[in-house]
Unconditional design. Structure first.
Length: 131
């Protein structure tokens, strides 16, 4: 499952390492949470060049499966958020939603923000970038 930052990195920088991994994957192997898709659309709406941004997002989302956020992930969200707050190590609410979805799907979260997501117990994370 791809995090927003890896999607944005691939769209903005024509990141060959990410695009290579995507092209080598089988249909349905790589997905994004509908939460991530929503974050990408926020970027389109805030863009100075909305038409170009919309094209880039549509093209990118065509390469992956967009997974609906399941109601069962709500409890996982609550568990993650409470645990992080108790430890004084909270992360952003959207990131917690994405982490909860990845945990529900038993997916590895691909992100450039390893340090933040590694705070979430049980979440498998990896990066497809070198920088």
């Amino acid at each position: 499952m791809l995090d927003s930052d890896i999607c944005i990195h691939a769209m903005r920088r024509n990141a060959p390492e990410v695009l290579r991994r995507l092209s080598a994957s089988h249909p349905g192997d790589v997905g994004v949470s509908s939460i991530v898709a929503g974050e990408l659309w926020v970027g389109v709406m805030k863009s100075r060049d909305r038409e170009r941004s919309e094209h880039a997002v549509k093209e990118f989302l065509a390469l992956v499966e967009v997974l609906g956020w399941p109601a069962e992930a709500a409890r996982i969200y609550g568990e993650i958020r409470a645990a992080l707050e108790v430890r004084g190590r909270s992360i952003g609410a959207m990131d917690i939603l994405i982490a909860a979805h990845a945990l529900h799907e038993r997916a590895t979260l691909v992100t450039r923000n390893l340090a933040e997501f590694m705070r979430v117990d049980g979440l498998k994370v990896e990066s497809w970038t070198t920088a």
